[in-house]
Structure formats: C-alpha cells, structure tokens
Ligand binder design. Structure first.
Ligand code: PLP
Length: 391
C-alpha cells in the first residue's frame, strides 16, 4: 500500500483526550480511578437550554441550517459581544458558528495562514494549538513563558520571536492549563506588537466567564484591534455543553468569510437544534453560569491550600478556568513520570504538563471541574502517596 499522509501521521492525538480516555477505560475495568485529566464540567447543561433544544426537535427543526449558523444564534453572539464589550459586530458577515471552538481555531487558522507563515504560541499552551498550526501547513513558534515570573508575557520576549514571516499570535485567557488571566499590561504588549508588525491575533476566550480574580480583557475591543482580532469562544465550558459541540468566532468579515468557506466544504454547519439551545444559552438567564463559577472557585479555594500543605507538592492559585497546574518536586521533575505514579499508586488520572509544551515539563494538570467529594478523595490519596514516598 502507498504511504498515508505524512502531515497527519506526524501529528500526535490530543494528549488530554488520550489520558481522559485511559482513565475511562480503567474505570470501566473496575478500577476506582479519580478522573482529573479532562476538561469537562461535571455539571448538567442548565435545564432551560436543554429544553430549548428538545422543543426545537419536537417542532421539527431537524434540517440543514445556514452553514454559518442560524441567524438567531449569530445575532445572539453579536448582541453578547455588544453588551459585554461594546463591540459592533455584523451577524451576517462577522460571525461563524461551528461544532465547537476547536474546529473554529482550525478554520480561522486555515483562513489566515500560508505555508511560509509563522504563528506565535505562548507556552504552556493548550494542547491543540501546535497541531492545528501544523495541520494548516504553517510553522508554530513557541515562546516559553518563565514559570518563576508567573508565566508573564513581556514585550522583550515577544519581540524576540517576531520575524517578517510572523502572521498571527494566539492568546488564551484565562489560560488552559495555567489558569492565568491576562493583565492590562500584557494585553497592551500584545496590542503594540500586533499593530507594529501588522499581525492578526486569535484570542481564545473560551474560559472568559470563569474568572475568580482579575477582569477579562476582550482583545478585539482594545483600540485599533477589531480589524485584526478574531475572538474564539464557545458554549462548552461556561454552559457545561461540551457534548453539544458548539462554538463561535467573531472577527473581520474577510477572515470569517474564508473560515466559513472551509466549514461549508467540510462539516457544513453545527447541528440545527443545538444552535437553538446555543442562542438560548447566550440570550437567557446567566445565573447558572455564575453558580458554576462560584462552585469552581470554592473547589479551587479548597484544593490549592490543601495541596500546598502536603510536603513535596506545590500549586499556584489559578485566577480563572478550572485547572490546577501542580508541581510535585517530592516525586519527580518529569511530568510523564508524575502522571504515571499518580495513576499507578494513587489511581488519580492527571494530564502530564509536557502535553502543554516544554514549559510544563515539571507539572501535571488537574481539572477541578470535578465534584468536591472526588477532589477531597484525591487530596487524601495524594497525602498518603507523598507520606509513603517521604518515609
Ligand atoms: C483553551 C481551549 N480552547 C478551546 C477549546 C475547545 O473547546 P470546544 O471545542 O469544546 O469548544 C478548549 C477545550 O478544552 C480549550 O481548553
């Protein structure tokens, strides 16, 4: 047989999905595994959202919708951006709704990048950025943010990585995996670089509703940024809708138009009735989002001091999202080894930090989108493990 695609063969499967799948398989085999590897809220989708989809199905909304998304959901996206950030977005030309934020990052990247282009990605990064840049044939240029400076973005480091080939910068705030929220000074560093070097900014704001300290900065709404910023967002995290596969992008009509072309020639559209639910999520009451945010905060406030109280474990407090980026100097500085020990000796599934780039080498990521009772059990197991190890 002739060889398959060299490009696709060179790209690893999603590390987070792989660890989560392994944990599920072990659970199915009867092992009492505490699953902290995935990024899937443990909450049910709020009832009014689910009801909207069921009503749509019953009303026969089961046919091809417009490829870019229903008018209703695109209007809901534009209204949300107007309300939250004062952006004036044309729902007809500047919004694309797709089956998930991940596909949107791919579609927007495909719209922006040519093979000679370089795309800047800050490390630790969300696992899919590098593979997506490679999938569209462009070159990822990673910037390893310094852990000892709280993974802060500086003008010096950013400028040192910009070349005439740089096309775009990917920004993710709040960050998966670190939980860091971009500061106004960092946003200004990115804005200045984008303006000075004529760069696009892909701003992945999927955790924007889940912030505990600090304030979310929508990069598109900063001065002169609207024409060069593509905001990526989605329903998965804020509304506990991971399985619905729904996300949206808003940006310049030229970029959105090309991304929409890719969508129309590949997945066609998001599902019709999920978009009814998605519009309800954006337009309807937001109290369930706030309740989930508070619950994640309570879990963080339990977990961070509890972990730091265990000798050989260190964990900074995330300002947003629902992950903890944890070091285990008492176990190893190799993230794969830490994850293996946690799984084998404490039956805790965690994502090795190396999945998020070299900057994550000494870390594992725990998801706190997990019931408090499970988190309490996890802490008890880690206490036992570390006591055994230090004995
Ligand atoms: C930073 C970040 N961006 C985008 C996504 C994509 O989410 P979805 O495709 O479910 O919308 C995720 C999911 O884990 C994420 O963590």
């Amino acid at each position: 047989m002739k060889p398959l695609s060299t490009l696709l063969s060179s790209i690893p499967p999603s590390a987070t999905l792989a660890v989560a799948d392994k944990a599920k398989a072990l659970k199915a085999a009867g092992r009492d595994v505490i699953a902290l590897a995935g990024g899937d809220p443990d909450f049910a989708t709020p009832a009014h959202i689910t009801t909207a989809a069921i009503d749509a199905l019953r009303a026969g909304d089961t046919h091809y919708p417009p490829s870019r998304g229903t008018i209703a959901i695109r209007q809901a996206v534009a209204a949300t951006l107007g309300r939250d950030y004062g952006l004036e977005i044309d729902p007809a030309t500047q919004v694309l709704v797709s089956p998930g934020g991940k596909f949107l990052i791919y579609a927007v990247m495909a719209a922006l990048a040519n093979p000679e282009d370089e795309i800047i990605i800050f490390e630790p990064y969300w696992v899919s950025y590098v593979p997506i840049v490679k999938l569209v044939g462009a070159t990822p240029v990673t910037i390893t943010l310094p852990a000892n400076d709280g993974f802060r973005i500086t003008a010096e480091q950013l400028e040192a990585h910009i070349t005439p080939k740089t096309k775009a910068i990917i920004v993710n705030s709040p960050s998966n995996p670190t939980g860091r929220v971009l500061t106004p000074a960092e946003a200004e560093v990115i804005r200045q670089a984008a303006l000075a070097h004529d760069l696009y900014v892909i701003s992945d704001e999927i955790y924007e509703k889940l912030i505990f300290e600090g304030e979310h900065i929508n990069l598109a709404s900063l001065p002169d940024m609207v024409e060069r910023t593509i905001t990526i967002n989605g329903h998965s995290k804020a509304y506990a809708m991971t399985g619905w596969r729904l996300g949206w992008a808003a940006g310049p009509a030229s970029v959105i138009g090309l991304a929409a072309k890719l969508q129309s020639q590949s997945v066609t559209s998001a599902a019709s009735f999920t978009m009814v639910a998605g519009a309800e999520a954006l337009n309807g009451p937001q109290d369930a989002v706030e309740a989930m945010r508070q619950s994640y905060k309570a879990r963080r406030d339990f977990m961070v001091p509890a972990l730091n109280a265990i000798p050989g474990v260190e964990c900074d407090s995330p300002q947003g999202a629902f992950y903890l980026f944890v070091r285990f100097p008492g176990l190893s500085d190799d993230s794969m080894e830490i994850a293996d020990i946690l799984l084998e000796e404490a039956e805790i599934a965690a994502t090795p930090g190396i999945a998020f780039g070299q900057a994550g080498a000494g870390y594992v990521r725990f998801s706190i989108a997990t019931a408090m009772s499970e988190l309490e059990r996890a802490v008890a197991r880690i206490e036992q493990l570390m006591a055994k190890r230090q004995a």
